[in-house]
Ligand binder design. Sequence first.
Ligand SMILES: [Zn+2]
Length: 132
Amino acid sequence: MFRTSPILRWRKYDERYNLVGVKCEKCGKLYYPKVALCSCGSSKFTNHKFKGEGTLLSFTEVSSGPEAFAEHSPYCLGIVQLDEGPKITAQLADCKIEDLKIGLKVQASFRKFYDSGEKGSIHYGTKFTPKY
Ligand SMILES: [Zn+2]
């Protein structure tokens, strides 16, 4: 079985839970998730923590998603453009499809994703909620 070192695992947690991406040291372009090579050709980056606020660019409702998400069905999925630039596809929480419109301001929220039955572990991650 493939095992990730604890350090790598924590780095992944930081990306997923705290919206940590990278900023190119050469041109300043921001990425989320992290990339290895910038469009300017540089591979030197520093970590960048996004504020977690953005605008809804597109959305849809998923009525029969993957089994792991069954307890949340139906749920909404959206493309969110972070205020700093990068676009993220994410679940939208605390809302119904009728509440959503393109251009709606949203903010990141740390939420439960699903239980993985056998081991009883609960997976968390970032969802976005409407900002009223
Ligand atoms: Zn660059």
